[in-house]
Design a protein around this ligand. Structure first.
Ligand code: HEC
Ligand code: HEC
Length: 277
């Protein structure tokens, strides 16, 4: 009986994994990942995340970005100098969400570690790693983001014509979901985990405040938008990660499963936002 249970668990897990992989494959065309070169990522971009940086007193990217909520890199296998093929694929999917194909200076992956006076973002808690756009690493990243190898002619038109995400809906209906306390299923609220650390997609609430400011809401909107595929709720990690696996959710979410079915009113609210309402 125990064995049978264990076998069922493995099957359920495997099925969830297949679904997840399938969903990722299908999403590839609609998302930035579909327009970026995986082999270049693996051979030229990943090593940048692993390079030690004693000269400017910074840690390597992987030291901060391979753990915690919203990490975009996998932890290196014990003793290994680089990632496995499977891990590289997952890194690729996540890192692709941090760039805008064809737009290096709109890609947070390239602007966050770039000095502010060289065109970088105002602030990166992990430090400024490139003092100019002529830095060879920055140039390598730029070349990767600029190439659009196999993008089918339709993909950009689909994106342009697809549903747009509505900021007012986000502010009025989506943000409150991140703040709801979830005693019933033993989970913490999303903001408890996703408002701090490397790759947090929510701002910390101002001390004593029950809601984010207008400026913060705009920044939340920009970051949360990268976690969805407009028009495709079931390809949007924001909707699949906290959804029960057997209800179409992802195989695993360290922060727990918050919605048992797609009928959950919160899930429905998120789905209609992703569809453009
Ligand atoms: C010492 C830790 C540390 C190091 C080293 C570090 N970062 Fe960060 N990084 C952070 C933290 C913390 C944040 C979130 C707060 C912020 O945006 O400053 C962040 C944010 C980011 C973001 C935005 C992520 C998002 O989802 O919005 C990107 C992209 C990024 N870092 C890229 C890099 C790259 C590339 C490197 C290496 C060249 C690097 N970081 C090195 C700590 C680090
Ligand atoms: C107890 C902490 C915790 C809570 C609460 C939590 N999460 Fe997470 N979440 C994590 C961790 C850790 C990860 C990264 C590992 C993983 O994917 O499981 C993550 C990953 C994610 C990701 C993928 C992020 C990315 O960039 O790939 C999304 C989206 C997400 N969570 C959404 C949510 C939402 C929505 C809620 C609330 C309904 C929530 N989480 C509640 C800890 C939490």
């Amino acid at each position: 009986m125990k064995k049978a249970l264990a076998a069922t668990a493995v099957l359920v897990f495997a099925a969830g994994l297949c679904l997840r992989l399938q969903a990722q494959g299908a999403a590839a065309l609609a998302s930035p990942a579909g327009q970026l070169d995986y082999d270049v990522f693996k051979t030229k971009i990943q090593p940048i995340f692993l390079t030690p940086r004693p000269a400017n007193g910074n840690a390597r990217c992987v030291a901060c970005h391979a753990r915690g909520a919203g990490a975009y890199l996998e932890p290196l296998p014990p003793g290994a100098a680089t990632w496995t093929e499977d891990q590289s694929r997952r890194n690729f999917d996540r890192v692709a969400r941090l760039v805008v194909p064809g737009e290096p200076l709109k890609s947070i992956l390239l602007t966050n570690p770039l000095a502010t006076d060289a065109g970088g973002s105002p602030w990166h808690e992990g430090g400024k790693h490139w003092i100019s756009q002529t830095d060879p690493e920055w140039q390598t990243l730029k070349a990767w983001v600029s190439t659009k190898p196999t993008a089918p002619a339709t993909s950009s038109t689909t994106t342009a014509a697809g549903p747009r995400l509505n900021y007012e809906t986000f502010k009025a209906k989506i943000q409150p979901i991140f703040l709801v306390t979830r005693a019933a299923n033993g989970n913490a609220r999303c903001a408890a985990c996703h408002a701090r650390g490397a790759g947090a997609y929510l701002e910390p609430l101002p001390p004593g405040a029950a809601m984010w400011t207008e400026d913060q809401s705009r920044r939340n909107f920009d970051r949360v938008s990268r976690l969805v595929v407009p028009g495709e709720p079931l390809k949007s990690i924001l909707l699949t990660n906290p959804l029960a696996t057997e209800a179409g959710g992802s195989a695993w979410h360290e922060g727990g499963k918050h919605w048992m079915s797609q009928d959950d009113p919160e899930w429905q609210t998120l789905a209609s936002w992703v569809r453009g309402s």
